[in-house]
Design a protein around this ligand. Structure first.
Ligand SMILES: NC(=O)c1ccc[n+]([C@@H]2O[C@H](COP(=O)([O-])OP(=O)(O)OC[C@H]3O[C@@H](n4cnc5c(N)ncnc54)[C@H](OP(=O)(O)O)[C@@H]3O)[C@@H](O)[C@H]2O)c1
Length: 240
């Protein structure tokens, strides 16, 4: 299968690429930075892993940057993983409209526009494809300081469910994975005390495994999940 993965340069996105390649897929990765970790993966999987540096903050440029210059019409897409995202941590009384808009460009508007062209690619090639959005447990449990970020992920969950409804008759599926807190660059600014409080809210009392999130994403993309659509699959160590 050919899978487009955003945010492939590190963290969860890099692990999703690794799992998909191990399973024999071809991966088209997008991020801003061509990291040494990603380059090592390219060396391990020559000819089946491709990279394009794109700043997903540019929602207007998506069609050209992603679909004219990278995923051209002759590439038959079977899957799309919307993983790239940025955090915007602050309390609601401090909201800056500029920061909010910048986050929504990366987390919501660009993924929606990419989905539009992914669907068009699937329709062109009559592909029963699968879309997976990476959401966040903050949508469901709530954390102080994450209202703006969580709202962007909540928008994706609604978008995914309704995309599933709209295109299911053609065999196209759309789901979300909902990770709990993971030890990645995105959560690196948290103190040990903050981390401890977050983990105390989970049943397993530890960080969510990046590997578990990546394996679940790969499962949702595969035919093994052929009857799963419009769902939010929690991979969160049992967060309450
Ligand atoms: N970490 C957590 O605790 C946690 C919990 C729940 C959900 N999540 C979600 O899991 C997903 C992966 O997060 P992570 O923890 O792996 O984060 P991360 O380590 O910060 O990685 C984010 C990825 O997104 C890419 N990205 C960010 N802004 C971009 C932009 N403007 N243009 C292109 N690429 C961009 C980054 O690449 P470049 O910087 O190279 O562009 C990087 O590859 C995200 O959707 C996040 O919201 C994370």
């Amino acid at each position: 299968m050919n899978i487009l993965v955003t945010g492939c340069s590190r963290g969860v996105g890099l692990e999703i690429c690794r799992v998909l390649l191990r399973q024999g897929n071809t991966v088209y990765g997008i991020a801003r930075s061509h990291t040494p970790e990603f380059q090592r993966l390219e060396a391990e999987y020559p000819g089946v892993l491709f990279f394009k540096s794109v700043d997903l903050a540019d929602s207007v440029g998506v069609r050209k940057n992603v679909f004219r210059d990278f995923i051209v019409n002759t590439v038959v897409l079977h899957g799309f993983v919307n993983n790239a995202a940025m955090a915007y941590d602050d309390i609601v009384t401090n909201i800056s409209l500029d920061k909010l808009k910048a986050m929504y460009d990366v987390n919501v508007f660009t993924p929606m526009i990419i989905t539009k062209y992914v669907l068009r690619n699937m329709l062109l090639h009559h592909t029963c494809g699968s879309i997976v959005h990476v959401s966040s447990i903050s949508v469901h449990t709530g954390y102080k300081g994450l209202a703006m970020y969580a709202s962007s992920k909540g928008a994706l969950e609604a978008f995914s469910k309704d995309t599933a409804r709209e295109w299911g008759a053609l065999g196209i599926r759309s789901n979300c994975v909902v990770p709990g807190f993971m030890a990645t660059a995105m959560s690196a600014s948290l103190s040990d005390e903050q981390r401890g409080k977050i983990y105390a809210r989970t049943s397993l009392k530890t960080a969510t495994s990046i590997e578990s999130v990546a394996e679940t994403t790969a499962f949702l993309l595969s035919d093994k999940a052929s009857s799963i659509t419009g769902q939010n699959i929690h991979v969160d160590n049992g967060t309450i």
